[in-house]
Design a protein around this ligand. Structure first.
Ligand SMILES: O=C(O)CCC(=O)C(=O)O
Length: 205
């Protein structure tokens, strides 16, 4: 169990249209999240379609989360769904394990685990929903700048701006809050980048 106290830090769709060349290069999630090398987070990646090897499922390097954060190169490649097109070089593909999922199944991965995914060679959309969970112990390096939604247990004493559920369907105040969150998280994600970085590149076709 990660913790009795849990928050949701982000929810993100990763979509690849049928026949799309979009891929995800080898990376670790927490490299640019501003949380340091924490173990207090996990991603639940839920398949909303048939995410087969052919459709470009994720693949992982087992045990790679046990090391630290490694260097990534920002490629800004248009074919990479990641915001900076970031990539870890020199991966031994023979060590990779594919994670095909049927609709409704999920995988869990640590933010330091090396992972990637291929193009969608199937004739259906490949859709994944990534929910990023953190514990109250995770500290953003600029406290108060980042947001999370308490889900279970005790809310954090500091370090996070806690948000509640939506006030209504597309409520104006919620949409304004959403814009602030995206702006803040994009600023963190883009730190040090030499080109523009857009948040949630994963929603691109
Ligand atoms: O959907 C993909 O192929 C990649 C998702 C991913 O990198 C992640 O959820 O951390």
């Amino acid at each position: 169990m990660l913790s009795p106290n849990l928050l949701a830090w982000s929810v993100e769709l990763f979509i690849k249209e049928p026949g799309s060349n979009k891929t995800v290069f080898w990376h670790q999630d927490i490299t640019y999240w501003g949380m340091g090398e924490t173990d207090d987070e996990v991603t639940a990646w839920i398949a909303l379609s048939d995410v087969s090897v052919k459709a470009g499922c994720m693949r992982f390097i087992p045990g790679s989360h046990k090391g630290g954060i490694v260097d990534h190169e920002d490629t800004f490649s248009a074919d990479n769904l990641l915001s900076r097109g970031q990539e870890i070089g020199g991966i031994d593909e023979s060590q990779a394990v594919h994670s095909p999922l049927k609709p409704g199944e999920m995988s869990l991965h640590h933010g330091r685990c090396f992972h990637a995914s291929g193009a969608n060679r199937s004739d259906d959309r490949r859709i994944g929903l990534a929910i990023r969970y953190v514990t109250p112990e995770v500290c953003d390096q600029a406290p108060g700048r980042d947001w999370a939604m308490p889900l279970r247990g005790e809310a954090p004493a500091g370090g996070w701006s806690c948000i509640a559920g939506p006030r209504g369907l597309f409520h104006a105040a919620d949409l304004a809050l959403y814009d602030s969150i995206i702006e803040g998280q994009t600023a963190t994600l883009a730190a040090g980048a030499e080109q523009d970085v857009s948040m949630y590149g994963g929603t691109k076709a």
